[in-house]
Write a protein that binds this ligand. Structure first.
Ligand code: NAD
Length: 797
């Protein structure tokens, strides 16, 4: 059989989900045909323009408006505005025949079986045999949708369930129908993971599948507990947010964002369709939810939900009075105890032992969750790890219920369940009786999970493409200090992993990087700089810079900055290839490190930029030098070189942060032909390693130091100074902004040389460091740094 490829996809339905999914396929380079219905009536504007229902603008109005709104929404669904041209729009009357040419048709229309069936009937007339055809339903049984369709249709039909927003949430559930070919499921499973960058989970055709069944159970059980435990909305959000590795929006704020109606719709579906569920009553809506639905307090879309923005302040709903009141600070002794525990997974043991209301809450909450998930196996999944995968990928949890249970201790979890009067599934008792005291184990870098049918720990499939640093950190450690762990990735490649708080780059990280290059040069073929924390790095340790600057220890500060610069240069000038693997926030020093690596293998979701202006500085770890050099490298004969230099200047001067790895190419931070992007972050380290191996195999020599960097001297400096002067005069920037910009201008112009000249990197690094240090003596810069340290936000003074 021919290898299946997806070059073109038709997405039917351009609502919230359809438009978001269309953008994500465009993100990964697929040509999209997005179709929706033809409007039945003209709107006022169309009437005023004298248009008729036969005009194309009118016929495509629904789809075009929906796509336009999606592209304006935040967080943005598209990696780069340029990718929008990969999406063609049309309508289901004039353009439906075009589906004959696509490789995959995905239905994303309203959640109504009758409508979906009509759409499938219409599509079948044009669909070419063998074409994938799937539905994004959140809960309609897959078996009902393909009734009446041909054999070929049914063999290629299944559910493909994205979570909202499609670009950002990683869960991709694949739900087979009664006749779906195994080939189709295998293909989608692999495609979701490798091409769409998702966590693929093949689920059974049970109500709400895996993610929503467990997720909605979790929320509903909180709805029922909140009042009984005498807790408030903001307290629950405090207890169920980042402290337990869940998104900041925690529980109630998440419901506001998703929309209470969406949640209620799924909860009602489970209530109706799962009468035998032991927690059936929990899916019934408590009175306050029914009242909120009646009031149309649905969350962000209706202006109020559990929270309400009044002017600049956010007020919160009192669940007893159903009135909004000011938020109160939530404080719990148990949470204070976890403040010093950096790793979330280590907190759970402490939390369930808490002596206060928080402790009681966690005991009840986890007991209910543990019991529920144990009883869903094998009903919704044969494998326990799928439940964890679904919760992590679909709801942004750092750990799934079984992982948390392992952290608490399996037997302790069973005791909590018993204490709450609940019952865990028999297989958990059997597991413990047979000597297995955890759901997961790690062996030789691979994760194994307990399998209830064979009663053994089985290796979780599909891990070959991943390297999980958590699993190899201990066994493969080559070196460790307070800032980094250096691991042997195998096949001659080392990895240097940051382990500092928020992966900031301070002395330990820098010495770790030097050590990594030394070790790699001695005994290995290449080096990856990568980690699997929430963010690659939020930049240099500005706390340290602040201390030295306040103490006026300028010699030490100079030495520290020089060490940073030298380390960056070591990344570039070493005898082995160095590969940076940025992801998430990659700011300031994290960006400078990426600029100096031989190659970048970036996760698509990389938010990278030189943001030093925000703390009153210029990039001092070679970032300013690098932008001047990149400008010089892009000068071509007859170019207006000043204009090119200005573009690079503005990348720093406006503290631009790319909103995806693709945008970083437009900012001159990543280079076409050298750097690459990977959609699935889980594959990043393994892919970076493969690139390192390839570069070594191709014959890597240490680069020769550059002395051909063209700087424009006074000519550029004059232009920049006039520019910043007029910006300041028109109040566009502050006086201090102007001072910083002028320092940057001096560095990027290569100083006040009377003529354009060729210089070395070290020449630029020296003037960059001098400018950086002089800014450290400025009071306003120190104020900016202090503000950032205190609030995490930039100060404009
Ligand atoms: P939506 O209401 O935003 O969009 C539905 C689209 O269907 C609209 O563009 C509408 O014009 C179109 N439509 C209406 N009648 C039609 C017809 N007769 N023929 C063809 N198209 C028609 O809904 P949505 O939130 O995008 O949901 C779409 C699907 O995705 C549903 O099955 C829903 O359950 C599922 N889903 C939604 C979410 C979510 O969070 N919104 C998440 C996962 C899955």
């Amino acid at each position: 059989m021919k290898k299946r490829r997806i070059n073109k996809i038709a997405i039917i339905g351009s609502g919230i989900m359809g438009s978001g999914i269309a953008c994500h396929f465009a993100n990964i380079g697929v040509e999209v045909l997005l179709l929706d219905i033809v409007p039945k009536t003209l709107n006022d504007k169309e009437k005023a323009q004298g248009l008729s229902l036969q005009d194309k603008v009118v016929r495509n109005r629904i789809v075009n408006t929906a796509l336009k709104n999606a592209l304006k929404s935040k967080p943005n669904p598209i990696y780069s505005p340029k990718f929008t041209q990969r999406i063609n729009t049309g309508n289901l009357e004039d353009d439906i025949s075009k589906v004959k040419d696509v490789d995959w048709i995905m239905e994303v229309v309203v959640e109504r079986l009758d409508v979906k069936k009509q759409v499938f009937e219409a599509l079948e007339k044009y669909r070419s045999p063998g074409t994938l055809i799937t539905s994004n339903t959140s809960g309609i049984p897959i078996k009902f949708m393909s009734e009446g369709r041909s054999e070929d249709f049914q063999k290629h039909f299944c559910g493909t369930h994205f979570f909202n927003p499609a670009r950002y949430l990683k869960l991709f559930e694949i739900i087979p129908g009664p006749k779906t070919d195994l080939e189709v499921l295998d293909f989608l499973n692999a495609y979701g993971e490798q091409f769409l960058g998702k966590t693929s989970v093949v689920a059974k055709d049970t109500p709400a599948f895996i993610g929503n069944r467990i997720g909605i159970f979790g929320i509903q059980s909180l709805f029922h507990q909140v009042k009984a435990l005498g807790l408030t909305v903001e307290e629950i959000d405090k207890l169920t947010g980042p402290v337990i590795g869940r998104p900041k929006s925690a529980t109630f704020r998440t419901v506001d964002v998703v929309g209470l109606d969406t949640l209620v719709h799924v909860a009602n579906g489970i209530y109706e369709n799962c009468p035998k569920d032991e927690a059936h009553d929990l899916f019934k809506l408590p009175d306050f939810i029914t009242q909120m639905m009646e009031n149309k307090w649905l969350g962000s879309k209706s202006g109020q939900g559990f929270y309400k923005k009044e002017g600049k302040i956010i007020r919160v709903l009192d669940l007893n009075t159903l009135e909004y009141r000011d938020k109160k600070r939530s404080k719990f002794a148990t949470l204070e105890l976890t403040k010093s525990i950096d790793n979330v997974i280590d907190r759970f043991k402490v939390l369930v032992d808490g002596k206060d209301k928080a402790g009681e809450f966690y005991r009840k909450n986890f007991a209910a969750m543990f019991a529920y998930v144990s009883n869903r196996i094998p009903e919704i999944s044969e494998e326990l790890f799928k439940i964890d995968d679904a919760m992590k990928a679909g709801f942004g949890w750092e750990h799934g219920p079984f992982q948390i249970w392992d952290a608490v201790g399996v037997e302790k979890g069973l005791a909590l369940i018993k204490a709450e009067g609940l019952t865990a599934a028999q297989w958990v008792f059997d597991m413990v009786a047979s000597g297995n005291n955890s759901f997961y184990t790690v062996e030789n870098g691979a994760t194994f999970a307990f399998d209830i049918s064979t009663k053994k720990q089985l290796k979780i499939p599909g891990q070959e493409a991943f390297i999980i640093l958590d699993n190899i950190r201990k066994s493969n450690e080559v070196f460790k200090n307070a800032g980094v762990v250096i691991e042997d990735l195998g096949d001659g490649i080392l990895n240097c992993e940051f382990r500092s708080k928020m992966n900031t780059i301070g002395g330990d990280v820098l010495s770790g990087l030097n050590k990594a290059v030394d070790l790699a040069e001695q005994n290995f073929d290449g080096l990856v700089i990568g980690n699997q924390g929430a963010n690659f790095s939020v930049g240099a340790n500005i706390g340290m810079i602040f201390m030295m600057a306040v103490e006026q220890e300028y010699d030490e500060l100079n030495a520290a900055i020089k060490y940073f610069q030298d380390t960056m240069m070591r990344m570039r000038y070493s005898s082995i290839p160095t590969i940076a693997a940025p992801h998430g926030m990659t700011l300031g020093g994290g960006c400078e490190l990426s600029l100096h690596a031989d190659k970048v293998v970036a996760a698509a979701e990389t938010y990278i930029g030189l943001v030093e202006f925000g703390v009153g500085l210029i990039p001092g770890g070679g970032g300013s030098k690098e932008m001047a050099m990149r400008a010089s490298d892009s000068f071509r004969k007859n170019d207006v070189e000043l204009n090119i230099l200005q573009e690079y200047f503005l990348t720093i001067g406006m503290a631009k942060v790319a909103t995806s790895a693709y945008e970083a190419f437009d900012l001159g931070i990543f280079k076409h032909g050298k750097d690459s992007v990977i959609v699935n972050k889980d594959r990043q380290i393994a892919t970076a390693k493969a690139h390192a191996k390839l570069m070594a195999a191709q014959g890597y020599s240490q680069p020769v130091k550059r002395k051909d960097i063209k700087v424009l001297g006074k000519q550029a400096l004059g232009m920049f100074l006039v520019g910043t002067d007029s910006m300041q005069a028109s109040n566009y920037i502050s006086e201090h902004d102007q001072k910083i910009a002028n320092k940057l201008a001096y560095v990027m112009a290569g100083g006040d040389l009377s003529e354009p000249s060729l210089v070395t990197e070290q020449y630029l690094l020296d003037i960059e460091r001098e400018a950086f240090l002089s800014l450290c003596t400025e009071r306003k810069t120190l104020e900016r740094i202090q503000h950032m340290l205190k609030t995490g936000k930039p100060l404009r003074n």
